[in-house]
Design a binder for this molecule. Structure first.
Ligand code: DGJ
Length: 704
C-alpha cells in the first residue's frame, strides 16, 4: 500500500519501492513532516508527532517545527509557503488539519484550514512507486465572501533529515553556457536559486540535489527535486538553528500578488522530489523515467524523436524558398526525417529588428506561400517544421503598429527593448486569443508537423495597466499559464504536431514546459566540446530524449575550434540528434560520413531515447566524457565517449560499464569475444582512443 494513514497516531506514510515520506498532525492539528528518506516498513518506525514543549525563552527558533506547508504566523521565521492578507487586515495564516482523502492508488489530498478565516489549503500528493518520487502541489481556496490577497503561495517545503554536513548541487550558467553543475557546502543562512526574468532562465534551472558531501554518481544518499514551472521561480535552501536543512520552492514571491476572489482557487505548480541511496546517477534516472512515463505529451512519448535539420546557423535570416529547398535536398541525402525552417520566413523579417508578431510568410521570400517548400520537403521524404516566437513583437511590425498597448509597459517609462523586441502581455485575453488563432491558422493551413516555440528575451516593465490594481502583478503567473493553455489547445486541435521549447537556447527547459513540449533546445552554443558540460548538467534533471543537439559547422560562431564530423556527431548523439550546419558547404566525404553516422544513430536511438543513462566519466574530473545508455531490458547498450585532450602518454581511463546483467554475456562491437556483464562492469573496457578531440561510439549487445 503506497498510502497509509494511522488514525490512532494521526500519521501518514507514503511509500514508494525504496522511499518513505511521512507526515502527521500534532495536538494543535498542525501538519508536520516527520520523515523523508529510505523506506521504513512500519508506521511505528516513524517519529511521533507532538507540539514541542515550551520553546527556549531565549531562542524561540531553536526547535522550529518542520511544518508541511508553513503559513507565515506566530514564531516562524523561515521561508513560509503561504503568506496572505485577509480583508480585515489580518496578515498571518495558521493552518490546521481539517480532513483528508486518498485518491486512486497513489494519491492523497490533505485539507488544511486557516484557524479563523475562510481559506482552505488542499495539499495534493502523488507517489510514483517505481520512480521513487513524490509530486506535491497546493490548491488554495477562498470560501468566504471577501477577497484574500496571496502574497506568497509556494508549492512545497521539504525537510531533510539531520546529516553530519550538507552539500547543495545545482544547475546554473548563462546564455550559451546553460546548466553547469555547481556543488557547494550548505552553511547557515539561506541560499536562493531563482529566476525573476519571467522565464525559467539560462542562469539557474529549477532543480536541486542535496547530499552529505560524499555521494557520487554511483552511490550515496541524495535528496533532489525539480519545479514544474516556466516563469519566475524560487527554491530556497535554509538551515535551522539546529543546522537541519529545509527547502522551499514554487512560484517566486518577488513582485507576486494574486487576488483570490470569493469561490476562487489558486493552484500552485508541482514540486517533484525524490530520495535515492544510488547517488546522482540514480537520482537522474528516476527523474528521466518519470518524465518519459508520466510527464511528456503522450502522443509522441512512445515514438523516437526524429533526426531533424534546422536552417538557423546555415542561413540566419536569409531564408528563401529556393535556398531552403537546396538545404532540404542535402538534408534528405543524410537521412534527416524532419526539416525545420527557423527564424526569417515571415513578415518583414530580414534581421532581428522587424517582423515579430506578423506570422504570415514573407511575400518576397515565399511568393506562393509555404506550400511549395512544404510539398518539396514532403516529396524528399521528410516532415516539415517551422520556428515561431509568439510571445514577442518588434516595434517595426504590423502587430505593434496596430496594438502598441499589447506589450507590457508602464506609463511614462521606457519600453526597454532586448534583441529589439518587446514582450506581449499574455495576461490580456485579446492577446491570448490572437496568438491562439494565428498559430491555429498557421497549422490548419499548412501541413506542419513541428513547431519550435522560441522566446528570446526576459521581461521588463511588467505593467498591465488596464487590469484592476490588485490584479496587475498577476502577470507573472498569467503569462505562463497562457503559454501552457495555448500549447494545450494547439496540441488538442493538432495532435500530430510536436513542439520544441526554446528560449534563446535552454532558457525555458523545465518540468512545467515538459508537459506541453516534446523536446527542448538545449543551448545556442553548438560547439561540440562546450556542449558536453551543458549536456551533462542538463542530464542531471532532464531525460536525454528531450535534449535537442545539433551537429554544427566545424568552426562555429562560438569558437574557431575545428572538429571532425565524428566528434561533432558523437557530441550531438547524446540526446535527440539534429543537424544545423550549412550542408551546401560540406564535401562529398563529409556528407558520406555524416550519412553513415545518422544511420548509426538511428540504429541505437531507441536505447538513447528510451533507455537508462549512466554518466561514466565527466570532464569535471577527466579529459574525457563518457556516457552509457542501457535499454530497459538490459539487452542493448551504447557508450559514447569524447576525449578532449591527451597529455604525456596518458591512456584512456578505464570505462567501467553500468546497468548490465552481471551473468549475461555481451558482445562489444569491434571486440570479437563475448564478455560477461560483470566483467564489463567490474574490470571495464580499455579504449585505445588517442589524441585530442577524438571520439567513439560502442554498441554492446547481449548474447542470446
Ligand atoms: C534563438 C534560438 O535559440 C536559435 O536557435 C534561433 O532559433 C534564434 N533564436 C532565431 O532567432
Amino acid at each position: 500500500m503506497p498510502i497509509v494513514y494511522d488514525d490512532a497516531t494521526k500519521r501518514f506514510a507514503l511509500h514508494s519501492k525504496a522511499m518513505t515520506y511521512a507526515m502527521g498532525f500534532d495536538d494543535k492539528a498542525q501538519l508536520r513532516q516527520l520523515y523523508f528518506g529510505p523506506r521504513l516498513p512500519h508506521i511505528t518506525d516513524l517519529p511521533t508527532c507532538r507540539a514541542e514543549d515550551k520553546p527556549s525563552a531565549f531562542d524561540v527558533t531553536a526547535e522550529e517545527p518542520a511544518y508541511e506547508y508553513p503559513g507565515w504566523a506566530g514564531l516562524f521565521y523561515s521561508e513560509p509557503c503561504l503568506k496572505a492578507t485577509f480583508a480585515d487586515g489580518v496578515r498571518d495564516v495558521v493552518l490546521r488539519y481539517h480532513h483528508h482523502h486518498v485518491t486512486g492508488d497513489n494519491g492523497l489530498v490533505i485539507t488544511l484550514q486557516d484557524a479563523a478565516h475562510p481559506l482552505d489549503v488542499e495539499l495534493h500528493y502523488e507517489i510514483f512507486e517505481s520512480e521513487n518520487l513524490i509530486k506535491r502541489y497546493a490548491v488554495l481556496k477562498n470560501h468566504g465572501d471577501e477577497e484574500i490577497m496571496l502574497d506568497t503561495a509556494l508549492s512545497a517545503a521539504w525537510h531533510l533529515p539531520k546529516l553530519q554536513s550538507y552539500r547543495l548541487t545545482h544547475l546554473a550558467g548563462r546564455w550559451a553556457g546553460e546548466t553547469q553543475i555547481f556543488q557547494n557546502p550548505i552553511h547557515p543562512g539561506k541560499t536562493v536559486l531563482e529566476s525573476r526574468r519571467g522565464i525559467t532562465s539560462h542562469h539557474a534551472n529549477p532543480w536541486f540535489g542535496v547530499d552529505d558531501g560524499a555521494a557520487t554518481e554511483e552511490s550515496g544518499d541524495v535528496w533532489f527535486g525539480a519545479l514544474a514551472w516556466s516563469g519566475n521561480w524560487k527554491i530556497a535552501i535554509e538551515t535551522t538553528v539546529e543546522e537541519q536543512v529545509h527547502i522551499t520552492g514554487g512560484i517566486h514571491d518577488f513582485d507576486f500578488r494574486w487576488e483570490l476572489r470569493p469561490s476562487d482557487t489558486f493552484e500552485t505548480p508541482a514540486f517533484i522530489a525524490g530520495f535515492t541511496s544510488g547517488g546522482f546517477g540514480e537520482a537522474s534516472r528516476n527523474l528521466h523515467r518519470y518524465q518519459r512515463e508520466h510527464l511528456l505529451p503522450k502522443n509522441f512519448s512512445r515514438q523516437p524523436r526524429p533526426v531533424l535539420y534546422n536552417s538557423w546557423e546555415a542561413t540566419y535570416f536569409n531564408v528563401t524558398e529556393q535556398g531552403q529547398i537546396e538545404l532540404a535536398k542535402r538534408a534528405a541525402e543524410l537521412g534527416v526525417e524532419l526539416f525545420v525552417v527557423d527564424d526569417g520566413w515571415f513578415g518583414d523579417r530580414s534581421s532581428d529588428h522587424a517582423g515579430l508578431g506578423d506570422w504570415q510568410p514573407n511575400a518576397v521570400k515565399f511568393p506562393h506561400g509555404l506550400r511549395p517548400l512544404i510539398d518539396r520537403v514532403h516529396s524528399l521524404g521528410m516532415k516539415f517544421g517551422i520556428w515561431v516566437e509568439p510571445e514577442m513583437t518588434n516595434q517595426d511590425s504590423n502587430l505593434y503598429r496596430a496594438h502598441p498597448d499589447w506589450v507590457y509597459h508602464f506609463p511614462n517609462r521606457d519600453r526597454t527593448e532586448s534583441r529589439n523586441q518587446l514582450v506581449l502581455n499574455l495576461a490580456k485575453p485579446e492577446v491570448a486569443a490572437y496568438l491562439f488563432e494565428t498559430l491555429d491558422k498557421l497549422l490548419s493551413e499548412n501541413e506542419i508537423s513541428f513547431i519550435k516555440w522560441d522566446m528570446n528575451r526576459p521581461f521588463s516593465e511588467p505593467g498591465w495597466l488596464d487590469a484592476s490594481a490588485p490584479q496587475q502583478q498577476e502577470i507573472w503567473v498569467r503569462h505562463v499559464r497562457t503559454v501552457y493553455d495555448i500549447l494545450e489547445r494547439l496540441r488538442k486541435r493538432h495532435p500530430d504536431v510536436a513542439f520544441e521549447s526554446c528560449a534563446g537556447g535552454g532558457g525555458r527547459a523545465d518540468m512545467g514546459m515538459m508537459a506541453y513540449a516534446d523536446q527542448f533546445w538545449t543551448s545556442d552554443n553548438t560547439d561540440p566540446y562546450d556542449r558536453l558540460s551543458i549536456q551533462e548538467g542538463f542530464s542531471y534533471a532532464y531525460a536525454p530524449r528531450t535534449m535537442m543537439c545539433w551537429v554544427a559547422e566545424s568552426e562555429t560562431w562560438v569558437k574557431n575550434r575545428p572538429s571532425s564530423v565524428d566528434y561533432r556527431f558523437h557530441s550531438a548523439m547524446m540526446g535527440s540528434l539534429g543537424i544545423g550546419a550549412n550542408l551546401l558547404h560540406w564535401s562529398d566525404e563529409e556528407m558520406a560520413r555524416a550519412r553513415e553516422l545518422v544511420r548509426q544513430y538511428k540504429e541505437v536511438r531507441s536505447i538513447i531515447q528510451f533507455g537508462n543513462l549512466y554518466r561514466l566519466l565527466s570532464l569535471r574530473t577527466h579529459h574525457t566524457m563518457a556516457v552509457q545508455y542501457v535499454s530497459d531490458d538490459k539487452s542493448r547498450s551504447v557508450v559514447i565517449m569524447l576525449r578532449q585532450h591527451q597529455h604525456l602518454l596518458e591512456t584512456m581511463p578505464i570505462l567501467r560499464l553500468r546497468g548490465l546483467e552481471p551473468d549475461a554475456m555481451y558482445l562489444v562491437r569491434g571486440i570479437n569475444h563475448p564478455q560477461s556483464g560483470q566483467a564489463l562492469m567490474a574490470r571495464g573496457l580499455q579504449s585505445n582512443l588517442r589524441g585530442d578531440a577524438v571520439s567513439d561510439l560502442l554498441v554492446i549487445t547481449k548474447q542470446a
